[in-house]
Design a protein around this ligand. Structure first.
Ligand code: OSB
Ligand code: MG
Length: 367
């Protein structure tokens, strides 16, 4: 299909509540939304790059630059047969996975809409629902955290993830376990520790955690492998896996037992699929991570998580947990069994709220 028009929007939306991790505290979400058009079809994509280079070196400004100056000129007015071909057109650009993923995922949506099929079906998803989970930021004190966990358990979230950092770890996990001995619980350190903290991880081993996500540096694979040898709790990698190659190396040297796949982090759905297939072959479980996406990126994640390899609970919660007024009219809600239903309309299958999108748009360029 031929792309006749592209549109970039920079939006700013307040979060329902600030989100704090070992990387910092976020109050608003600055986000790039892309629209790719082919005749009357429109595909939507969301860029997960943040306002500052904390989680990744990419930011909304670097992503805008790469999209505007390198990606859009490369794809506009070209005949592109399918999303895999789209992906290979961007192969000459090193890094900038979040910028690439934003455009690529928009093309997947467009392509699926033109075929009249839901995205999950197009990529080979088998399930009708995906397993939900909730990620809770660092709080002012432990009792606040316990209250928030209790609230989410009552709402029906079947898996709880809490953020940890040095000084907000052993005591916190101990208190959470004391109050909720049997819940599915995991922690995410966003790379805040080093091998010098081995004792902390050995102590965390007592708490029957599902996994420890990204304990060590965002660039590391080797130290994670050494750490995994020393502890029983599975290590899950997030930041360290930015490509299929990284995933292969991580599995080869046993840096982790689980991978959190975020399509934005690895360059889109094509690579996410490849990583999930690799993991399936090697008997490694995966799940889909989140980046506080709006309803648009959230919908992409829901479809991705329908693939057979995604056996663990995903960081995909209800829209209302993140945004009071989201960018989509269609909202994801939790089913009584702790799952979220995959939309069955063509493409990502959610209706974008154009007037809300207009309200939060700070900058818009059409190409
Ligand atoms: O490390 O998984 C992470 C949010 C922003 C940046 C990094 C992470 C997260 C989350 C939130 O954990 C997951 C979600 O979107 O619910
Ligand atoms: Mg993480």
């Amino acid at each position: 299909m031929r792309l006749t028009e592209a549109e970039l929007r920079l939006c700013k939306i307040p979060l329902v509540r600030p989100f704090q991790t070992s990387l910092g505290r976020q109050v608003n979400k600055e986000v790039i939304i892309i629209l790719l058009k082919s005749g009357s079809w429109v595909g939507y994509g969301e860029c997960v790059a943040g306002s500052d280079p904390r989680y990744s070196y990419e930011t909304v400004k670097t992503a805008w630059h790469v999209l505007e100056d390198f990606i859009i000129p490369r794809i506009l007015d070209k005949e592109i047969e399918n999303p895999d071909r789209f992906f290979s057109l961007l192969g000459h650009i090193r890094g900038h996975q979040m910028a690439k993923a934003c455009a690529e995922m928009s093309f997947w949506d467009l392509f699926a809409k033109s075929r009249g099929v839901p995205l999950s079906k197009l990529i080979g998803g088998k399930s009708k629902t995906i397993k939900s989970g909730v990620s809770i930021g660092i709080q002012e004190d432990i009792s606040t955290l316990l209250d928030i966990i209790e609230k989410h358990l009552k709402e029906g979230y079947p898996r709880i993830k809490i953020k940890i950092k040095p000084g907000w770890d052993l005591e916190v996990v101990g208190r959470v376990r004391a109050k909720f001995p049997h819940i599915s619980l995991m922690v995410d350190a966003n790379g805040a520790y080093s091998l010098d903290d081995l004792l902390t991880f050995k102590k965390l081993d007592r708490y029957n955690l599902l996994m420890i996500e990204q304990p060590l540096s965002h660039e590391d694979l080797v130290d994670h492998s050494l750490l995994q040898e020393e502890i029983r709790t599975p290590i899950c990698l997030d930041e360290s896996i930015k490509s299929h190659h990284h995933a292969e190396q991580a599995l080869d040297i046993k840096s982790c037992k689980i991978i959190n796949i975020k399509p934005g982090r690895v360059g889109g759905i094509h690579v996410s699929k490849k990583i999930s297939e690799l993991c399936r072959k090697r008997g490694v479980q995966v799940w889909c991570g989140g980046m506080l996406e709006t309803g648009i990126g959230r919908a992409h994640n829901v479809h991705l998580a329908s693939l057979p390899g995604f056996t663990l609970h995903n960081d995909i919660s209800e829209n209302k947990r993140y945004y009071q007024n989201d960018l989509t009219k269609t909202q994801f809600t939790l089913n009584p069994d702790g799952t979220i239903t995959i939309p069955q309309n063509p493409g990502i299958g959610v209706e974008v709220d154009e007037s809300r999108l207009g309200e939060v748009t700070k900058k818009k360029v059409t190409y």
